[in-house]
Design a protein. Structure first.
Length: 575
């Protein structure tokens, strides 16, 4: 077969892009397949991909905790010590690494002491999201959930309505060892009071929580603070926090609203005013994508047109810019001088980005019921956004230390939907599974060449996300990458994940591994004829992955056709 040279290919790509600008669905369906190319470079490693990139978030909000996670020990719904069994099993099957809790905005109105001790005696309180919280699900129930899943806890501390003493004591309650503890003075050994209280509440062994978010969205629901005010609070909260055992604490500072570089720059300048910033491990980033920039529409999780489809994916793709912008901002402020002052617990390591809230956030209209606040349906479009987002994280494995989807069940960009005894997984869940082989592999350079897709809505400034007018997001760009993805390698096994966002056009692609040849390949694909396809309680398996149709590699190269609107995971063996 005659191969395109790279130059000829790029020329044909740009012609195809012009042709596509005349688009309309009927025209597109008649267009023949374009060729594309993917070049993988194992000799250009980026970093090891942290499993924590695929983490989770659950908040006391609508039906997330109550019904989604917690059904109670007496429930007829299958449960493990009160936690929904389906939730545990599916979180296990995606190997959830971290679970963030209790918020979100909820965290900054939450008193952790309300959720410990005998459940019958716990107080019901007014809480964020205009709801009342029964406190039946608290710290111990959360830790048991993490244990059952095999996930590590990531706790968000209350910085708005509690003083730093409560934070210190929450750390102490979670991590202090039980039994008599020798002090470093001449005093006799005594039990730690908070560890004894934890023990009396059923958990003698410490929870060993190392990862702590210090507040949440402190520029908004977390207190409307300026970066300078937050820097002062961050120092107060984290200076000389108690540590136990060998695991160092990892603190995550509140980062920007979307791409607000001014927040990050000013925050790091303010933190830099005092060299002692112990255990600053990461900077949180929240970046959501709304359904349509031009209208805040009811039901837009399911009802969207072609333009809105492309525009959402374009704005979601700007996660790449958000990561790069904030990485540049941190490093331009801190630099070598700040490192010398121990900006992190280990001053040889730079601060990581922690994208602990991301996803597509739609208007109301598809929630399970009115009281399931912010629950929404998820279609194949959301699966594509999930894959695009993971590919971005993987390409930036040197910068992103952890990320958490908002939120795992019954919420914005969920993997699972549950209502009473009804349960299903969403297309997004399948993408989490398809991306498992990337974990702890070496992310490598991957070059994608394919005709760009025009985005007529590009440049429109979005007004609001979901019900949230203050979450900032970026206007989309005029074009969307025709193919995007990422690659990683572990020994001779290479994983390549690819999104073809084109609604009608399959993309026949030549895949080449620089300096090696492809011996064999197999794959899984998530694709449906209609991008509105989704699972629900009546059709729980309407969208699920299938084995990809593969060709045999020829002369060490693989030709593969990525179907329209698809996510593909290829496992390639190189010789
Ligand atoms: O995930 C829902 C909300 O979005 C979170 O509580 C908050 O942090 C963000 O504004």
């Amino acid at each position: 077969m005659k191969r395109n040279t790279r130059r000829a290919f790029l020329k044909s790509s740009s012609l195809a892009a012009v042709a596509l600008s005349l688009r309309g669905s009927s025209l597109l369906s008649q267009t023949s397949s374009s060729s594309a190319r993917i070049d993988l470079s194992p000799s250009e490693p980026i970093a090891t991909i942290s499993p924590e990139l695929y983490s989770h978030f659950i908040e006391h909000l609508g039906g997330v905790i109550y019904d989604g996670v917690w059904v109670g020990e007496g429930s007829k719904i299958p449960n493990v010590n009160g936690v929904r069994k389906d939730f545990i099993e599916n979180m296990r099957s995606v190997q959830a690494p971290l679970l963030r809790w209790p918020g979100g905005c909820f965290a900054d109105s939450y008193d952790w002491r309300d959720g410990i001790g005998p459940r019958a005696k716990r107080p019901a309180r007014s809480a964020f999201w205009n709801q009342q919280d029964s406190n039946q699900y608290g710290l111990h129930e959360f830790m048991h959930t993490c244990r059952a899943i095999g996930a590590k806890p990531y706790l968000a501390a209350n910085l708005r309505t509690q003083p730093s003493r409560d934070f210190y004591q929450e750390i102490e309650y979670c991590n202090a060892p039980s039994g008599d503890v020798l002090s470093n003075s001449a005093a006799p050994a005594t039990p730690n009071a908070l560890a004894a209280q934890r023990s009396a509440n059923g958990d003698r062994d410490p929870f060993n929580v190392d990862l702590w978010g210090v507040g949440n969205e402190s520029w908004g629901c977390g207190g409307n603070l300026t970066p300078e005010e937050y820097a002062m609070e961050f120092r107060r909260f984290t200076a000389w926090t108690p540590t136990y055992g060998s695991a160092p604490l990892r603190f995550v500072a509140v980062g920007p609203n979307g791409d607000d570089v001014d927040w990050t720059t000013r925050l790091f300048k303010a933190l830099g005013a005092n060299p002692e910033r112990r255990h600053l491990w990461g900077l949180s980033i929240h970046y959501y994508t709304s359904g349509s920039p031009t209208k805040f529409a009811a039901g837009d999780a399911l009802a969207f047109n072609d333009d809105e489809f492309y525009d959402l994916l374009t704005r979601g793709s700007l996660m790449d810019k958000v990561i790069t912008d904030h990485w540049t901002a941190i490093n331009s402020v801190t630099g070598a001088a700040a490192r010398a002052h121990s900006l992190t617990a280990d001053d040889t390591k730079p601060v990581k980005l922690v994208v602990d809230e991301w996803g597509a956030w739609y208007g109301k209209g598809t929630e399970l019921a009115p009281e399931y606040n912010l629950s929404q349906q998820s279609t194949l479009r959301d699966a594509l956004l999930t894959a695009i987002t993971f590919d971005i994280f993987q390409r930036h494995a040197d910068k992103v230390g952890a990320a958490a989807v908002a939120q795992s069940i019954n919420c914005i960009h969920s993997l699972m939907l549950a209502q009473g005894d009804r349960f299903c997984v969403t297309p997004t869940y399948h993408v989490f599974k398809m991306y498992l082989p990337h974990r702890e592999a070496q992310s490598i350079r991957a070059d994608f060449s394919a005709p760009a897709i025009p985005n007529p809505m590009g440049g429109t400034t979005p007004s609001q996300v979901g019900g949230n007018s203050y979450i900032g997001q970026l206007p989309g760009t005029k074009t969307l990458a025709g193919l995007s993805g990422s690659a990683s390698i572990k020994g001779k096994n290479l994983t390549l994940t690819v999104v073809n966002p084109h609604l009608t056009q399959p993309m026949t692609t030549e895949i080449n591994v620089r300096g090696a040849s492809i011996a064999s390949a197999k794959g899984t694909v998530l694709a449906e004829t209609d991008v509105h396809a989704h699972n629900d309680f009546v059709h729980p398996n309407a969208v699920q992955p299938k084995a990809a149709t593969m060709q045999t590699p020829v002369s060490g190269r693989l030709h593969h056709t990525f179907p329209p609107a698809s996510v593909t995971a290829l496992e390639v063996t190189v010789a």
